[in-house]
Design a protein around this ligand. Structure first.
Ligand code: AMP
Ligand code: TRP
Length: 360
């Protein structure tokens, strides 16, 4: 057959090359879910500012502790942070910084998986499916949403949907334990309700996740009144320079009824005294000093500041070393992605099959 008899126009190659793999290899692949040897843990943290004492004592301590007992996955939840951080470059930089914070406090990429939520749009896909099993009134009951509404803030749909995405984050890995601070208890309760609603409507695919709290489930801020949080601007960032930590600790509110140095204090309501529990074994003695006015608030604060600085010194040094390596963040996230990908693919196959979306 002469060349000009073919259907291929003269001068064009006679073979077609697909750059994509055939559909049969990309859709409906059926590798089994990887075997789960240990119970799974998931937690997420928003890249919305520097890690502070509340994050550390309320959650990160447990992220580190649970790495060995469980199969642990920790996510930097940048989709969630879009509800408060509205500058793209800033969000990227905060995400990068949060990876460094988590490595510095002791997460070990060999013993856990550290991931960036937005590397897995399946989290948002599962959240959408969960939206369809969740009554609006359940989401409207969420305390954070209600508080903002009471303040007269026009809430975004994203904020209303925030806890549903959180539920998806957790159960897409079939995680049953979730190390968090007490402020997340209501979100976890809603996660369980959403999971029950899904399991009831379709198939018992998901476990009901339970929170795991530390001994400091709610750390108060430097005002001594409200929860330490980035939005309340009352934090002690754990990686701040020593002088900044000194300044912040010295500004902490103690027992408001202890006005004169000779007045006895009430250590049970003094945030400074309470925080000493976590930074030395002599905290009962310190509290006794306050109660009997043997020591003054200034002494107790100075001691706390120095102890916090010393406690976080090795982590601060580790963080500085890590930050000098431009590849460490993306390498860590890439390693995490390799570990979790098969888990979430298997879950999403089950989910799509149960609800009837995607190729059969
Ligand atoms: P966030 O910074 O809001 O993403 O919180 C990350 C983790 O730290 C979550 O598990 C929170 O529950 C926890 N957390 C944040 N602030 C506090 C606090 N003041 N006391 C205890 N846990 C906290
Ligand atoms: N809502 C959590 C917080 O503000 C962050 C979060 C998102 C999370 N997804 C999660 C926590 C899944 C635990 C599990 O702190």
């Amino acid at each position: 057959m002469a060349a000009h008899d073919t259907c291929v126009p003269a001068g064009k190659p006679s073979t077609v090359r697909y750059t994509r793999r055939p559909m049969s290899q990309t859709i409906g692949a059926t590798e089994p879910a990887p075997p789960q040897l240990r119970e799974r843990v998931f937690s997420g943290i928003q890249p919305s500012g520097a890690s502070h004492l509340g994050n550390y004592l309320g959650a990160q301590v447990n992220y580190v502790a649970l790495q060995d007992q469980y199969e642990a996955i920790y996510g930097i939840v940048d989709y969630h942070a879009l509800t408060t951080v509205h500058d793209g470059a800033e969000l990227r930089s905060l995400t990068h910084d949060m990876v460094l914070d988590l490595l510095a406090v002791g997460l070990d990429p060999d013993r856990c998986a550290l991931i960036r939520q937005s590397d897995f749009p399946e989290h948002a896909e599962l959240a959408w499916i969960f939206n369809t099993v969740t009554p609006v009134s359940w989401a409207e009951r969420t305390p954070t949403y209600k508080e903002k509404k009471v303040q007269g803030v026009e809430n975004s749909l994203g904020l209303l949907d925030y806890p549903i995405l959180q539920a998806a984050d957790i159960v897409i890995y079939k995680a049953s334990r979730v190390p968090v601070g007490k402020d997340q208890a209501a979100h976890l309760e809603l996660s369980r309700e959403v999971v029950r609603a899904f399991n009831r409507r379709y198939a018992p695919i998901f476990p009901e996740p339970e929170p795991v709290f530390t001994e400091a489930p709610t750390v108060l801020g430097i005002d001594g009144q409200t929860k330490m949080s980035k939005s309340a601007n009352n934090t002690i960032p754990i990686f701040a320079e020593p002088d900044e930590i000194r300044r912040l600790v010295m500004s902490m509110v103690t027992d408001p009824l202890r006005i004169k140095r000779t007045d006895p204090g009430r250590p049970e309501i003094c945030n400074v005294c309470q925080l000493h529990r976590f930074f030395g074994s002599d905290y009962l003695e310190i509290q006794d000093g306050e109660r009997t006015a043997r020591t003054g608030c200034v002494d107790t604060k100075q001691l706390l500041a120095e102890r916090i600085i010393e406690f976080f010194r090795p982590m601060r040094e580790k963080r500085a070393k890590l930050a000098a390596d431009p590849a460490v963040v993306e390498d860590t996230l890439a390693a995490g992605a390799v570990k979790v990908r098969p888990i979430l693919d298997a879950t999403m196959r089950e989910v799509r099959a149960a609800v009837g979306v995607g190729r059969a």
